[in-house]
Design a protein. Sequence first.
Length: 270
Amino acid sequence: MQTKTSKSALFPYVLWIALFVITPIALVVYYSLLDIHGNFTLDNYKAFFTSVYLKMTLSSFWYAFLITFFTLLVSYPTAYFLTKTKHKQLWLLLIIIPSWINLLLKTYAFIGIFGLYGPLNAFIEVFGFNPKQMLFTDLSFVFVSVYIFIPFMILPIFNSLDRLNPALIYAARDLGASAFTTFRRVILPLTMDGVKSGIQVVFIPALSLFMITRLIAGNRVITLGTAIEQQFLVTQNWGMGSTIAVFLILFMVIVMLITGQKKDKGGRVR
């Protein structure tokens, strides 16, 4: 009786996954096997392995790596110091609140900030320097992307650090370990699950960015997400766009497998 009840309780979740996960992926795979005229073909997959798309793939991974690296570089010490503050939940909330703002609005805000007549150039002019176009550069693209992803990286790392048993840190210091050794041998390994979760929620979306690349970087940065947008909206080649999307899904699955979390081995406050 309980088995039948448990199976019936799972039905809505199975239906949801079938309709909104499996079916869309199946449609993407189906369209990837069609050419621009709707005929069955494997030319889209052959085209993906040409130099143009391979360079685009490497470029996407490179920018995703840079965004993830700098986001982690800022987020880990920030999350660590947040756990040491008195009102840590309040500070965490203040960091998360900007993520509630629409992404398009934040992007347009940075267009105004980095613009030729924006406040940043006005500040530079105070010191006697000429205004400089800061938009449509790799630096501006990475900077804006890092800013947008920081809250998503901080949250899982903060949770891992906050759950860390402080007795382990005290024990390491009592045994003569330096602050760096304590961090390298105790803190970092026990909070690696939070780091992996942060990498997942930053690296995977960074692979498919397209709106920020258009508005902030112009045509200087072309990613897989930008290529999908071009194929669907500009050239109307749904087959090639779906093919790129298929490989993007595969890359995301590989990243999730690499950064998958292991079972908790202890060392945390329960």
